[in-house]
Ligand binder design. Structure first.
Ligand SMILES: [Ca+2]
Length: 337
């Protein structure tokens, strides 16, 4: 009898906790601390554009966006960042111009994966459509000011989806910065999957010394390596469904261009919007599984698992279909005239 009553009480307590838990933080609701200063460090890039779209759709944008060289030259990536933000109607984000080359002074070579302009050849048409002038692209190159704003904020989350040069420079400028950034969510690195020389991933390969400096800083890093991102391509059918909505035609063009480039350059079927995943993780962490592992980074951006390496939270899996369903939902919700 005593055991029976105890079991009933335990069951009732479990049900109460389950209801309480569901009420407090539903897995479907986006979550991010309200007092977070969200910094988005980016080199647009087609997958960066999808990340910007999601960021705008969920939150109205980041608080600070910093451009960097990477997928193409800083001249183009910075213009693309501002162009996409204006396209989405982002009035929230304060934009800064970041690094034009790596810590070692190496810039970019011509790279057509994202189009030579980094925006699927749409730069001129979008600038004209949005009636942008040179003055619209004239943001300050002032990483010191970005540091100052981060140091003044209560809680900082830093999303890095390009080379880590900006963050590495800012860590050097302010030694206390690493202790002040709560989380870094980073698309980069490859564990067994690579797309650049020296068994590295593109972002990390562009500035290996910056990766080493960021890894050595003690920052709390959640990594979205190629091994994770490549599991979740958008299929041709996904892209056709998105395009059929008729909203954001420039995004559809970007997706189609990316799909073609994946096949042209890597013989890979499907477009992988790598940079979208750390953004999704900021808002929907319950949809991901993440595991702590220890890594050393070399000067080429190659990662080696080692007991003496840095602990990094590594994304391993995500709820299938999450990316496509959210893109579709937001494209329906935010119908442009
Ligand atoms: Ca990127």
């Amino acid at each position: 009898m005593v055991i029976f009553v105890r079991n009933i009480l335990l069951t009732a307590a479990a049900c109460f906790l389950a209801v309480l838990s569901a009420g407090c933080c539903s897995n479907d609701e986006p979550s991010l601390r309200e007092d977070t200063l969200l910094v988005f460090d980016t080199d647009p890039g087609l997958d960066d554009a999808i990340a910007l779209f999601l960021l705008h759709s969920v939150r109205g944008g980041a608080d600070i966006a910093v451009s960097t060289f990477g997928n193409t030259s800083l001249e183009h990536t910075h213009r693309n960042l501002v162009t996409w933000m204006r396209y989405f109607g982002d009035r929230r984000t304060c934009v800064f111009k970041g690094s034009a080359c790596s810590l070692a002074g190496i810039g970019v070579q011509k790279f057509d994966f994202h189009g030579l302009d980094g925006i699927a050849g749409q730069s001129g048409a979008m600038v004209k459509k949005l009636a942008l002038t040179d003055a619209d692209f004239n943001q300050p190159s002032d990483l010191q000011e970005v540091v100052r704003r981060m140091m003044a904020a209560k809680h900082v989350s830093y999303v890095a989806v390009g080379p880590l040069t900006n963050l590495a420079k800012m860590l050097e400028m302010e030694p206390k910065l690493a202790g002040h950034i709560a989380n870094v969510y980073c698309m980069g690195g490859g564990l067994k999957v690579f797309n650049s020389p020296h068994q590295a991933e593109f972002n990390f390969c562009k500035d290996g010394p910056a990766v080493r400096r960021v890894f050595a800083s003690g920052l709390d890093i959640t990594l979205f390596p190629l091994d994770f991102t490549m599991q979740y391509p958008l299929t041709k059918k996904n892209i056709q469904t998105i395009e059929a909505l008729g909203t954001y035609p420039e995004i559809s063009t970007a997706l189609r261009w990316g799909y073609s480039s994946e096949w042209k350059y890597d013989h890979h079927v499907g477009f992988v919007p790598h940079d979208a995943f750390p953004v999704l993780y900021c808002f929907y962490p319950g949809k991901f599984t993440v595991r702590d592992r220890k890594f050393l980074a070399d000067k080429y951006g190659h990662l080696t698992e080692s007991p003496s390496g840095r602990v990094v939270h590594v994304a391993e899996s995500m709820e299938p279909g999450l990316l496509f369903e959210l893109i579709l939902k937001f494209m329906r919700d935010h119908r442009k005239p």
